[in-house]
Design a protein around this ligand. Structure first.
Ligand code: NAG
Ligand code: NAG
Ligand code: NAG
Ligand code: NAG
Ligand code: NAG
Ligand code: NAG
Ligand code: NAG
Ligand code: NAG
Length: 440
Protein backbone atom coordinates (compact mmCIF):
# COMPACT_ATOMS: atom_id res chain seq x y z
CA UNK A 1 0.00 0.00 0.00
CA UNK A 2 2.54 2.53 1.08
CA UNK A 3 5.28 1.42 -1.20
CA UNK A 4 4.67 3.86 -4.03
CA UNK A 5 4.99 6.63 -1.55
CA UNK A 6 8.07 5.04 -0.13
CA UNK A 7 9.59 4.89 -3.53
CA UNK A 8 8.81 8.48 -4.27
CA UNK A 9 10.17 9.57 -0.97
CA UNK A 10 13.37 7.64 -1.25
CA UNK A 11 13.93 8.40 -4.85
CA UNK A 12 16.06 11.50 -4.36
CA UNK A 13 18.21 9.56 -1.95
CA UNK A 14 19.10 7.13 -4.63
CA UNK A 15 20.34 9.95 -6.76
CA UNK A 16 22.25 11.66 -4.00
CA UNK A 17 23.69 8.40 -2.91
CA UNK A 18 24.82 7.60 -6.40
CA UNK A 19 26.50 10.90 -6.78
CA UNK A 20 28.23 10.54 -3.49
CA UNK A 21 30.00 7.32 -4.35
CA UNK A 22 31.06 8.10 -7.89
CA UNK A 23 34.39 9.52 -6.83
CA UNK A 24 36.44 7.63 -9.34
CA UNK A 25 34.56 8.92 -12.37
CA UNK A 26 34.76 12.48 -13.56
CA UNK A 27 31.91 13.86 -11.58
CA UNK A 28 29.58 16.29 -13.26
CA UNK A 29 28.77 19.14 -10.92
CA UNK A 30 26.62 21.58 -12.78
CA UNK A 31 26.13 23.54 -15.93
CA UNK A 32 24.79 26.80 -17.23
CA UNK A 33 23.32 27.74 -20.62
CA UNK A 34 22.68 31.21 -21.93
CA UNK A 35 18.95 30.64 -21.86
CA UNK A 36 17.00 33.12 -23.86
CA UNK A 37 19.97 35.36 -24.69
CA UNK A 38 21.52 33.79 -27.73
CA UNK A 39 20.01 30.80 -29.45
CA UNK A 40 21.27 29.47 -32.72
CA UNK A 41 19.27 27.52 -35.26
CA UNK A 42 20.06 24.00 -36.35
CA UNK A 43 21.48 24.86 -39.74
CA UNK A 44 23.28 28.06 -38.76
CA UNK A 45 26.96 28.70 -39.37
CA UNK A 46 27.37 29.09 -35.64
CA UNK A 47 26.22 25.56 -35.09
CA UNK A 48 28.61 24.29 -37.76
CA UNK A 49 31.48 26.17 -36.15
CA UNK A 50 30.61 24.87 -32.74
CA UNK A 51 30.54 21.32 -34.06
CA UNK A 52 33.91 21.72 -35.71
CA UNK A 53 35.36 23.08 -32.55
CA UNK A 54 33.93 20.45 -30.25
CA UNK A 55 34.88 17.65 -32.59
CA UNK A 56 38.45 18.86 -32.76
CA UNK A 57 38.40 18.80 -28.99
CA UNK A 58 37.67 15.11 -28.75
CA UNK A 59 40.66 14.19 -30.87
CA UNK A 60 42.95 16.73 -29.36
CA UNK A 61 46.33 15.81 -27.98
CA UNK A 62 47.42 19.35 -27.34
CA UNK A 63 45.72 19.45 -23.99
CA UNK A 64 48.95 18.57 -22.29
CA UNK A 65 49.16 21.11 -19.52
CA UNK A 66 45.53 21.27 -18.53
CA UNK A 67 44.48 24.40 -20.35
CA UNK A 68 43.34 24.96 -23.87
CA UNK A 69 41.78 27.90 -25.68
CA UNK A 70 40.52 27.62 -29.18
CA UNK A 71 38.09 29.15 -31.58
CA UNK A 72 36.38 28.50 -34.88
CA UNK A 73 34.69 30.68 -37.44
CA UNK A 74 34.65 34.37 -38.23
CA UNK A 75 32.94 37.53 -37.10
CA UNK A 76 29.53 37.09 -35.57
CA UNK A 77 29.62 33.32 -36.09
CA UNK A 78 32.88 32.90 -34.25
CA UNK A 79 32.84 30.44 -31.37
CA UNK A 80 35.40 30.74 -28.59
CA UNK A 81 36.06 28.03 -26.08
CA UNK A 82 38.17 27.44 -23.01
CA UNK A 83 38.90 24.10 -21.41
CA UNK A 84 40.59 23.85 -18.05
CA UNK A 85 41.51 20.88 -15.90
CA UNK A 86 42.26 20.92 -12.23
CA UNK A 87 45.99 21.36 -11.80
CA UNK A 88 46.62 17.92 -10.35
CA UNK A 89 44.77 16.01 -13.07
CA UNK A 90 46.86 13.96 -15.48
CA UNK A 91 46.62 14.70 -19.22
CA UNK A 92 44.76 11.50 -20.05
CA UNK A 93 42.15 12.02 -17.36
CA UNK A 94 41.96 15.65 -18.37
CA UNK A 95 41.20 14.86 -21.99
CA UNK A 96 38.60 12.33 -21.03
CA UNK A 97 36.91 14.78 -18.66
CA UNK A 98 36.81 17.46 -21.34
CA UNK A 99 35.46 14.93 -23.79
CA UNK A 100 32.71 14.14 -21.32
CA UNK A 101 31.92 17.82 -20.86
CA UNK A 102 31.62 18.26 -24.57
CA UNK A 103 29.02 15.53 -24.77
CA UNK A 104 27.08 16.67 -21.74
CA UNK A 105 27.02 20.30 -22.75
CA UNK A 106 25.77 19.79 -26.26
CA UNK A 107 23.01 17.70 -24.81
CA UNK A 108 22.11 20.02 -21.97
CA UNK A 109 22.36 23.26 -23.93
CA UNK A 110 21.15 22.07 -27.32
CA UNK A 111 20.89 25.42 -29.08
CA UNK A 112 22.48 28.01 -26.84
CA UNK A 113 25.41 30.06 -28.00
CA UNK A 114 26.98 30.14 -24.62
CA UNK A 115 27.44 27.34 -22.11
CA UNK A 116 29.57 26.26 -19.17
CA UNK A 117 29.93 22.77 -17.75
CA UNK A 118 31.70 22.02 -14.49
CA UNK A 119 33.11 18.71 -13.43
CA UNK A 120 35.18 17.83 -10.41
CA UNK A 121 38.21 17.61 -12.65
CA UNK A 122 37.58 20.06 -15.43
CA UNK A 123 35.57 22.86 -16.90
CA UNK A 124 34.51 23.60 -20.44
CA UNK A 125 32.96 26.82 -21.62
CA UNK A 126 32.13 28.27 -24.98
CA UNK A 127 30.67 31.52 -26.12
CA UNK A 128 30.22 33.76 -29.14
CA UNK A 129 31.86 36.51 -27.09
CA UNK A 130 35.55 36.76 -26.63
CA UNK A 131 36.22 35.03 -23.33
CA UNK A 132 39.96 34.71 -23.54
CA UNK A 133 41.85 36.73 -20.94
CA UNK A 134 38.70 38.15 -19.42
CA UNK A 135 37.79 37.66 -15.81
CA UNK A 136 34.26 36.43 -15.45
CA UNK A 137 32.85 35.65 -12.07
CA UNK A 138 29.30 34.61 -12.79
CA UNK A 139 27.39 32.38 -13.16
CA UNK A 140 28.76 30.54 -10.20
CA UNK A 141 28.20 27.41 -8.20
CA UNK A 142 28.41 26.82 -4.47
CA UNK A 143 28.88 23.47 -2.86
CA UNK A 144 29.42 22.77 0.76
CA UNK A 145 30.20 19.94 3.06
CA UNK A 146 27.22 18.77 5.02
CA UNK A 147 29.09 18.87 8.32
CA UNK A 148 29.91 21.80 10.56
CA UNK A 149 33.45 22.50 11.62
CA UNK A 150 33.94 21.83 15.30
CA UNK A 151 35.96 24.84 16.29
CA UNK A 152 34.49 27.50 14.10
CA UNK A 153 36.48 30.53 15.19
CA UNK A 154 39.87 28.89 14.91
CA UNK A 155 38.79 27.12 11.78
CA UNK A 156 37.82 30.36 10.05
CA UNK A 157 40.99 32.06 11.11
CA UNK A 158 43.19 29.30 9.75
CA UNK A 159 41.07 29.01 6.63
CA UNK A 160 41.34 32.74 5.97
CA UNK A 161 45.12 32.64 6.19
CA UNK A 162 45.33 29.57 4.03
CA UNK A 163 43.12 31.08 1.35
CA UNK A 164 45.15 34.29 1.31
CA UNK A 165 48.40 32.42 0.82
CA UNK A 166 46.96 30.15 -1.86
CA UNK A 167 45.57 33.13 -3.69
CA UNK A 168 48.92 34.81 -4.21
CA UNK A 169 50.52 31.48 -5.04
CA UNK A 170 47.90 30.64 -7.66
CA UNK A 171 47.84 34.12 -9.17
CA UNK A 172 51.60 34.15 -9.65
CA UNK A 173 51.49 31.01 -11.81
CA UNK A 174 52.48 31.23 -15.45
CA UNK A 175 50.56 30.97 -18.74
CA UNK A 176 50.24 27.22 -18.37
CA UNK A 177 48.95 26.90 -14.87
CA UNK A 178 47.60 29.19 -12.19
CA UNK A 179 46.98 26.66 -9.50
CA UNK A 180 47.89 26.18 -5.86
CA UNK A 181 47.19 23.68 -3.12
CA UNK A 182 48.18 23.77 0.50
CA UNK A 183 47.31 22.75 4.00
CA UNK A 184 47.22 24.33 7.41
CA UNK A 185 46.60 22.99 10.88
CA UNK A 186 43.71 24.09 13.04
CA UNK A 187 44.70 21.81 15.88
CA UNK A 188 47.19 19.00 15.96
CA UNK A 189 44.31 16.72 14.98
CA UNK A 190 42.66 18.78 12.31
CA UNK A 191 44.05 20.17 9.09
CA UNK A 192 42.46 22.15 6.31
CA UNK A 193 43.38 21.32 2.74
CA UNK A 194 42.81 24.02 0.17
CA UNK A 195 42.93 24.39 -3.57
CA UNK A 196 42.68 27.44 -5.79
CA UNK A 197 42.84 27.79 -9.54
CA UNK A 198 42.34 30.40 -12.25
CA UNK A 199 42.20 29.90 -15.97
CA UNK A 200 45.82 30.77 -16.77
CA UNK A 201 44.83 33.20 -19.51
CA UNK A 202 44.05 35.72 -16.78
CA UNK A 203 46.61 38.25 -15.69
CA UNK A 204 47.98 37.92 -12.19
CA UNK A 205 45.79 40.81 -11.09
CA UNK A 206 42.57 39.43 -12.59
CA UNK A 207 43.27 36.02 -11.14
CA UNK A 208 43.86 37.49 -7.73
CA UNK A 209 40.67 39.56 -8.00
CA UNK A 210 38.62 36.60 -9.06
CA UNK A 211 39.92 34.48 -6.19
CA UNK A 212 39.43 37.28 -3.72
CA UNK A 213 35.81 37.55 -4.81
CA UNK A 214 35.39 33.81 -4.42
CA UNK A 215 36.99 33.86 -0.98
CA UNK A 216 34.64 36.61 0.11
CA UNK A 217 31.74 34.39 -0.79
CA UNK A 218 32.78 31.60 1.55
CA UNK A 219 30.63 32.94 4.40
CA UNK A 220 27.60 33.03 2.11
CA UNK A 221 28.28 29.68 0.60
CA UNK A 222 29.68 27.58 3.35
CA UNK A 223 29.62 29.36 6.66
CA UNK A 224 31.20 27.21 9.38
CA UNK A 225 31.13 24.07 7.26
CA UNK A 226 34.02 21.65 7.17
CA UNK A 227 34.39 22.06 3.46
CA UNK A 228 33.17 24.09 0.55
CA UNK A 229 33.61 25.17 -3.01
CA UNK A 230 33.04 28.36 -4.92
CA UNK A 231 33.24 27.66 -8.62
CA UNK A 232 33.26 30.43 -11.23
CA UNK A 233 34.00 30.57 -14.93
CA UNK A 234 37.42 32.16 -14.39
CA UNK A 235 38.47 30.73 -11.06
CA UNK A 236 37.52 28.33 -8.34
CA UNK A 237 38.39 27.37 -4.81
CA UNK A 238 37.81 24.39 -2.58
CA UNK A 239 38.73 23.38 0.93
CA UNK A 240 38.11 20.26 2.96
CA UNK A 241 39.39 18.64 6.11
CA UNK A 242 40.75 15.73 4.13
CA UNK A 243 43.17 15.70 1.26
CA UNK A 244 41.09 15.68 -1.90
CA UNK A 245 43.82 16.43 -4.40
CA UNK A 246 46.77 14.46 -5.63
CA UNK A 247 49.61 15.81 -3.57
CA UNK A 248 52.42 14.72 -5.86
CA UNK A 249 50.81 15.91 -9.07
CA UNK A 250 49.70 19.15 -7.50
CA UNK A 251 53.25 20.02 -6.58
CA UNK A 252 54.90 18.88 -9.78
CA UNK A 253 55.79 21.64 -12.24
CA UNK A 254 53.70 21.65 -15.40
CA UNK A 255 55.41 19.96 -18.34
CA UNK A 256 57.80 22.34 -20.09
CA UNK A 257 56.94 21.30 -23.67
CA UNK A 258 54.96 23.60 -25.97
CA UNK A 259 55.88 27.26 -26.27
CA UNK A 260 53.47 29.96 -25.17
CA UNK A 261 50.47 30.12 -27.48
CA UNK A 262 51.24 33.75 -28.33
CA UNK A 263 53.74 36.46 -27.44
CA UNK A 264 53.89 36.52 -23.64
CA UNK A 265 53.09 40.21 -23.59
CA UNK A 266 49.65 39.47 -25.01
CA UNK A 267 49.11 36.68 -22.52
CA UNK A 268 49.89 38.80 -19.57
CA UNK A 269 48.20 41.97 -20.73
CA UNK A 270 45.84 43.15 -18.02
CA UNK A 271 42.20 43.30 -18.99
CA UNK A 272 40.88 46.58 -20.37
CA UNK A 273 41.05 49.18 -17.66
CA UNK A 274 37.59 50.52 -18.29
CA UNK A 275 35.45 49.25 -15.46
CA UNK A 276 34.30 45.81 -16.33
CA UNK A 277 31.90 45.78 -13.44
CA UNK A 278 28.97 47.08 -15.41
CA UNK A 279 28.97 44.27 -17.94
CA UNK A 280 29.59 41.75 -15.25
CA UNK A 281 26.76 43.01 -13.22
CA UNK A 282 24.21 42.80 -15.97
CA UNK A 283 25.41 39.33 -16.59
CA UNK A 284 25.21 38.36 -12.98
CA UNK A 285 21.75 39.79 -12.58
CA UNK A 286 20.42 37.59 -15.28
CA UNK A 287 22.23 34.49 -14.20
CA UNK A 288 22.54 34.82 -10.48
CA UNK A 289 19.32 33.03 -9.82
CA UNK A 290 20.13 30.20 -12.15
CA UNK A 291 22.87 28.46 -10.31
CA UNK A 292 22.46 29.59 -6.74
CA UNK A 293 21.00 26.55 -5.17
CA UNK A 294 20.78 25.87 -1.53
CA UNK A 295 19.57 22.46 -0.57
CA UNK A 296 17.62 21.76 2.61
CA UNK A 297 20.64 19.92 3.75
CA UNK A 298 19.94 18.76 7.21
CA UNK A 299 16.72 17.04 6.25
CA UNK A 300 18.31 15.23 3.36
CA UNK A 301 21.25 14.24 5.47
CA UNK A 302 19.02 12.75 8.12
CA UNK A 303 17.05 10.87 5.51
CA UNK A 304 20.23 9.49 4.02
CA UNK A 305 21.52 8.43 7.40
CA UNK A 306 18.28 6.64 8.20
CA UNK A 307 18.50 4.98 4.83
CA UNK A 308 21.99 3.84 5.60
CA UNK A 309 21.16 2.43 8.95
CA UNK A 310 18.22 0.53 7.54
CA UNK A 311 19.76 -0.77 4.39
CA UNK A 312 23.46 -0.87 4.79
CA UNK A 313 24.14 -2.25 8.20
CA UNK A 314 25.57 -5.32 6.54
CA UNK A 315 27.22 -3.49 3.70
CA UNK A 316 29.45 -1.24 5.69
CA UNK A 317 32.63 -1.99 3.85
CA UNK A 318 31.40 -0.73 0.51
CA UNK A 319 30.32 2.51 2.11
CA UNK A 320 33.61 3.47 3.62
CA UNK A 321 34.36 6.03 1.05
CA UNK A 322 31.23 7.94 1.78
CA UNK A 323 31.62 7.79 5.51
CA UNK A 324 35.19 8.87 5.63
CA UNK A 325 35.04 11.46 2.94
CA UNK A 326 32.33 13.81 4.14
CA UNK A 327 30.98 14.18 0.66
CA UNK A 328 29.47 17.36 -0.57
CA UNK A 329 25.85 18.06 -0.69
CA UNK A 330 24.56 18.14 -4.16
CA UNK A 331 23.45 21.60 -4.98
CA UNK A 332 21.90 21.12 -8.34
CA UNK A 333 20.04 17.96 -9.02
CA UNK A 334 18.38 19.68 -11.95
CA UNK A 335 21.56 19.26 -13.91
CA UNK A 336 20.92 15.55 -14.01
CA UNK A 337 17.44 15.91 -15.29
CA UNK A 338 16.57 14.47 -18.67
CA UNK A 339 13.56 15.31 -20.73
CA UNK A 340 11.00 12.53 -20.99
CA UNK A 341 10.64 13.03 -24.73
CA UNK A 342 14.38 12.78 -25.19
CA UNK A 343 14.37 9.41 -23.51
CA UNK A 344 11.28 8.24 -25.32
CA UNK A 345 12.93 8.99 -28.63
CA UNK A 346 16.19 7.44 -27.48
CA UNK A 347 14.50 4.18 -26.57
CA UNK A 348 12.30 4.11 -29.64
CA UNK A 349 9.23 4.76 -27.52
CA UNK A 350 10.27 2.08 -25.00
CA UNK A 351 9.89 -0.52 -27.67
CA UNK A 352 10.15 -4.17 -26.82
CA UNK A 353 13.07 -4.57 -29.17
CA UNK A 354 15.01 -2.14 -27.00
CA UNK A 355 14.14 -3.93 -23.82
CA UNK A 356 17.14 -5.42 -22.07
CA UNK A 357 15.21 -7.10 -19.30
CA UNK A 358 13.23 -6.70 -16.17
CA UNK A 359 14.69 -5.48 -12.88
CA UNK A 360 13.20 -5.43 -9.44
CA UNK A 361 11.72 -2.02 -9.99
CA UNK A 362 10.76 -2.21 -13.63
CA UNK A 363 12.04 -2.86 -17.13
CA UNK A 364 15.37 -1.68 -18.48
CA UNK A 365 15.74 -0.40 -22.01
CA UNK A 366 18.68 0.24 -24.21
CA UNK A 367 18.67 3.64 -25.86
CA UNK A 368 20.73 5.98 -27.93
CA UNK A 369 20.77 9.71 -27.29
CA UNK A 370 20.83 12.13 -30.18
CA UNK A 371 24.55 12.69 -29.59
CA UNK A 372 25.20 9.01 -30.17
CA UNK A 373 25.73 8.06 -26.55
CA UNK A 374 24.38 4.66 -25.56
CA UNK A 375 22.33 4.57 -22.42
CA UNK A 376 20.47 2.06 -20.33
CA UNK A 377 17.15 3.41 -19.09
CA UNK A 378 15.44 1.95 -16.10
CA UNK A 379 11.74 2.70 -16.03
CA UNK A 380 10.59 2.50 -12.45
CA UNK A 381 7.13 1.10 -12.19
CA UNK A 382 5.57 3.52 -9.79
CA UNK A 383 2.12 2.02 -9.61
CA UNK A 384 2.82 -1.53 -8.61
CA UNK A 385 3.23 -2.45 -5.00
CA UNK A 386 6.84 -2.96 -4.18
CA UNK A 387 8.28 -4.02 -0.95
CA UNK A 388 11.23 -3.01 1.06
CA UNK A 389 13.14 -6.02 -0.12
CA UNK A 390 13.07 -4.99 -3.76
CA UNK A 391 14.08 -1.53 -2.88
CA UNK A 392 16.86 -2.76 -0.73
CA UNK A 393 18.13 -4.99 -3.47
CA UNK A 394 17.96 -2.14 -5.84
CA UNK A 395 19.95 0.21 -3.72
CA UNK A 396 22.56 -2.36 -2.86
CA UNK A 397 22.81 -3.20 -6.48
CA UNK A 398 23.26 0.35 -7.54
CA UNK A 399 25.86 0.84 -4.89
CA UNK A 400 27.70 -2.14 -6.33
CA UNK A 401 27.50 -0.71 -9.77
CA UNK A 402 29.07 2.49 -8.69
CA UNK A 403 31.53 0.72 -6.52
CA UNK A 404 32.87 -1.34 -9.36
CA UNK A 405 32.85 1.60 -11.71
CA UNK A 406 30.97 -0.33 -14.29
CA UNK A 407 28.14 1.93 -15.15
CA UNK A 408 27.60 5.50 -14.33
CA UNK A 409 24.32 7.18 -13.59
CA UNK A 410 23.91 9.97 -16.10
CA UNK A 411 20.68 11.31 -14.80
CA UNK A 412 17.05 10.80 -14.22
CA UNK A 413 13.71 11.85 -15.56
CA UNK A 414 10.64 12.74 -13.55
CA UNK A 415 7.62 13.41 -15.67
CA UNK A 416 4.18 12.89 -14.21
CA UNK A 417 4.10 9.32 -13.02
CA UNK A 418 7.19 8.43 -15.03
CA UNK A 419 10.40 7.89 -13.16
CA UNK A 420 13.42 6.93 -15.18
CA UNK A 421 17.01 6.32 -14.27
CA UNK A 422 19.46 6.83 -17.10
CA UNK A 423 22.77 5.02 -16.97
CA UNK A 424 25.74 4.97 -19.23
CA UNK A 425 25.52 1.80 -21.29
CA UNK A 426 28.76 0.08 -22.04
CA UNK A 427 28.29 -2.63 -24.65
CA UNK A 428 30.14 -5.89 -24.19
CA UNK A 429 30.13 -5.82 -20.44
CA UNK A 430 28.03 -8.06 -18.32
CA UNK A 431 25.87 -5.09 -17.57
CA UNK A 432 22.67 -7.05 -17.43
CA UNK A 433 24.06 -9.09 -14.66
CA UNK A 434 24.65 -5.98 -12.65
CA UNK A 435 21.44 -4.24 -13.45
CA UNK A 436 19.22 -7.19 -12.72
CA UNK A 437 21.45 -8.53 -10.07
CA UNK A 438 22.16 -11.91 -8.60
CA UNK A 439 22.72 -10.06 -5.47
CA UNK A 440 23.60 -11.93 -2.39
C1 NAG B 1 16.40 29.43 -26.47
O1 NAG B 1 16.37 28.02 -26.36
C2 NAG B 1 15.96 27.58 -25.08
C3 NAG B 1 16.09 26.07 -25.04
O2 NAG B 1 15.71 25.46 -26.22
C4 NAG B 1 14.53 28.03 -24.83
O3 NAG B 1 14.12 27.61 -23.54
C5 NAG B 1 14.48 29.55 -24.91
O4 NAG B 1 13.15 29.98 -24.77
C6 NAG B 1 15.03 30.02 -26.24
N1 NAG B 1 15.09 31.47 -26.22
C7 NAG B 1 14.73 32.22 -27.23
C8 NAG B 1 14.85 33.69 -27.05
O5 NAG B 1 14.30 31.73 -28.27
C1 NAG C 1 26.69 37.00 -29.00
O1 NAG C 1 25.33 36.67 -29.17
C2 NAG C 1 24.46 37.58 -28.52
C3 NAG C 1 23.06 37.08 -28.68
O2 NAG C 1 22.80 36.69 -29.98
C4 NAG C 1 24.63 38.99 -29.10
O3 NAG C 1 23.80 39.88 -28.41
C5 NAG C 1 26.07 39.39 -28.95
O4 NAG C 1 26.28 40.65 -29.58
C6 NAG C 1 26.98 38.37 -29.59
N1 NAG C 1 28.35 38.74 -29.36
C7 NAG C 1 29.23 38.87 -30.35
C8 NAG C 1 30.61 39.26 -29.95
O5 NAG C 1 28.91 38.67 -31.51
C1 NAG D 1 17.20 25.92 -41.94
O1 NAG D 1 16.56 24.80 -42.54
C2 NAG D 1 15.16 24.95 -42.62
C3 NAG D 1 14.58 23.68 -43.24
O2 NAG D 1 15.42 22.60 -43.03
C4 NAG D 1 14.82 26.15 -43.48
O3 NAG D 1 13.41 26.34 -43.51
C5 NAG D 1 15.47 27.39 -42.91
O4 NAG D 1 15.27 28.49 -43.76
C6 NAG D 1 16.97 27.17 -42.75
N1 NAG D 1 17.54 28.32 -42.08
C7 NAG D 1 18.68 28.84 -42.45
C8 NAG D 1 19.17 29.99 -41.63
O5 NAG D 1 19.32 28.42 -43.39
C1 NAG E 1 35.13 11.02 -26.58
O1 NAG E 1 33.88 10.43 -26.34
C2 NAG E 1 33.37 9.73 -27.45
C3 NAG E 1 31.97 9.27 -27.13
O2 NAG E 1 31.87 8.79 -25.83
C4 NAG E 1 34.30 8.56 -27.77
O3 NAG E 1 33.82 7.88 -28.89
C5 NAG E 1 35.69 9.11 -28.06
O4 NAG E 1 36.59 8.06 -28.26
C6 NAG E 1 36.16 9.96 -26.91
N1 NAG E 1 37.42 10.58 -27.25
C7 NAG E 1 38.45 10.60 -26.42
C8 NAG E 1 39.68 11.27 -26.92
O5 NAG E 1 38.40 10.10 -25.30
C1 NAG F 1 44.60 31.28 -27.57
O1 NAG F 1 44.61 32.65 -27.22
C2 NAG F 1 45.72 33.40 -27.72
C3 NAG F 1 45.64 34.80 -27.21
O2 NAG F 1 44.45 35.43 -27.59
C4 NAG F 1 45.71 33.37 -29.22
O3 NAG F 1 46.85 34.04 -29.70
C5 NAG F 1 45.75 31.93 -29.66
O4 NAG F 1 45.65 31.88 -31.06
C6 NAG F 1 44.59 31.18 -29.07
N1 NAG F 1 44.68 29.79 -29.46
C7 NAG F 1 43.74 29.24 -30.21
C8 NAG F 1 43.97 27.82 -30.57
O5 NAG F 1 42.74 29.85 -30.55
C1 NAG G 1 25.75 23.97 11.85
O1 NAG G 1 25.85 25.24 12.46
C2 NAG G 1 24.74 26.08 12.22
C3 NAG G 1 25.00 27.41 12.87
O2 NAG G 1 26.31 27.83 12.66
C4 NAG G 1 23.50 25.45 12.79
O3 NAG G 1 22.38 26.25 12.49
C5 NAG G 1 23.33 24.08 12.18
O4 NAG G 1 22.22 23.43 12.78
C6 NAG G 1 24.55 23.23 12.38
N1 NAG G 1 24.38 21.98 11.65
C7 NAG G 1 24.75 20.82 12.14
C8 NAG G 1 24.53 19.64 11.27
O5 NAG G 1 25.26 20.69 13.25
C1 NAG H 1 50.33 19.94 10.77
O1 NAG H 1 50.48 18.97 11.79
C2 NAG H 1 51.17 17.81 11.33
C3 NAG H 1 51.16 16.79 12.46
O2 NAG H 1 50.69 17.33 13.64
C4 NAG H 1 52.58 18.19 10.94
O3 NAG H 1 53.28 17.06 10.47
C5 NAG H 1 52.51 19.22 9.82
O4 NAG H 1 53.81 19.64 9.50
C6 NAG H 1 51.68 20.39 10.26
N1 NAG H 1 51.50 21.24 9.11
C7 NAG H 1 51.65 22.55 9.14
C8 NAG H 1 51.42 23.27 7.86
O5 NAG H 1 51.97 23.14 10.14
C1 NAG I 1 35.11 50.99 -10.92
O1 NAG I 1 34.68 49.97 -10.04
C2 NAG I 1 34.99 50.25 -8.68
C3 NAG I 1 34.49 49.07 -7.88
O2 NAG I 1 34.90 47.88 -8.48
C4 NAG I 1 34.29 51.53 -8.27
O3 NAG I 1 34.63 51.82 -6.93
C5 NAG I 1 34.72 52.66 -9.17
O4 NAG I 1 33.97 53.82 -8.85
C6 NAG I 1 34.46 52.29 -10.61
N1 NAG I 1 34.96 53.35 -11.49
C7 NAG I 1 34.25 53.85 -12.46
C8 NAG I 1 34.95 54.86 -13.30
O5 NAG I 1 33.11 53.45 -12.69
Amino acid sequence: MESPRLLFFLYPILILHLLAVTNAQPRFLSYWCSNGVGNYTTNSTYKANLNTLLTSLSSNNEIDYGFYNFSAGQNSDKVNAIALCRGDVMPTACRSCINDSRIQLTQLCPNQKEAIGWYDNCMLRYSNDSIFGTEQSSPYLYMRNSKNASNVEDFNQVLGNLMASLRSKAASGDWRRKFATGEANVTSFQSIYGLMQCTPDLSELSCSNCLEGATNEIPTCCDSRKGGRVVKPSCNLRYETYRFYDFTAANAPPPPATPPPSPPSADFAPPPLANTTSTQETRSNSSRTIILIIVPSVIILIIILVGFICFFSRKRSSMEKLETHDEDEITNVESLHFDFDTIRVATNNFSDSNKLGQGGFGPVYKGKLSNGQNVAVKRLSSGSAQGELEFKNEVVLVAKLQHRNLVRLLGFCLDGAERLLIYEFVPNTSLDHFIFGNNS
